[in-house]
Design a protein around this ligand. Structure first.
Ligand SMILES: [Mg+2]
Length: 213
């Protein structure tokens, strides 16, 4: 049986929110609780219609800039108990992970969400990644992709496609998030699919050729 070389086997990066998981019910619950505690009206349906940027960016739409750091701390304190149980994987998440493993590859989840909560979601859903890098967005995601030597990045947001381009790797887009297929293609996606269930076929197009013995 072939063994996987964990040092050199190809690594695929994945975004988390709206790529691997439908985090909307969990995030909505946290914003509703923030609203109840602070008395600030927050349209949590609007919030979950535009997931992708860091929580501080979203909180800046509802709170004064000087209050955002404290609200972000409160958000993260509330998140594990309110969000983890409410969140399910998107169709094909397990299939996509298995497809990478079956090709002898490794997986990294690179997300704007903090690392601890990202890992909690993955553990809860039985999705095993080799690396989890949190608090990464746009160029931060590109830095993580380069540092890990990723060969592609899978994501749902135009910023994910921009990160892949910055890192010089193919961006594989899944249109399960807030961005349309046309927007993802315009942002530089190498391929756009409607669901992670379609990812295995796309992986073959980006997989590095095997060395000839
Ligand atoms: Mg996302």
């Amino acid at each position: 049986m072939p063994t996987t070389d964990l040092g050199t086997s190809p690594l695929i990066g994945f975004d988390l929110d709206m790529t691997l998981i439908d985090s909307r019910p969990g995030i909505k619950a946290v914003y509703d609780e923030l609203s109840a505690r602070t008395g600030v009206a927050i349209d949590s349906d609007l919030v979950v219609s535009r997931l992708g940027p860091p929580v501080e960016v979203e909180l800046g739409h509802w709170f004064a800039a000087s209050d955002v750091p404290a609200m972000a701390d409160l958000y993260r304190a509330l998140y594990p108990d309110l969000a983890i149980e409410r969140v399910r994987p998107l169709p094909g998440a397990a299939v996509a992970f298995e497809a990478v493993r079956a090709r002898g590859g490794r997986l990294a989840v690179i997300t704007a969400k903090n690392t601890a909560d990202a890992a909690r979601h993955l553990d809860h859903l039985g999705l095993r990644a080799d690396e989890v890098r949190g608090r990464a967005w746009r160029s931060g995601k590109a830095d993580a992709l380069s540092e890990l030597g990723a060969v592609a990045y899978v994501g749902d947001h135009v910023h994910d496609m921009e990160a892949a381009q910055l890192a010089g790797v193919p961006g594989l887009a899944v249109s399960t998030g807030p961005c349309t297929p046309a927007e993802l293609a315009a942002a530089g996606a190498s391929r756009v699919v409607g669901s992670l269930e379609e990812l295995p076929a796309v992986l073959d197009a980006v997989w590095p050729p095997r060395a000839v013995a």
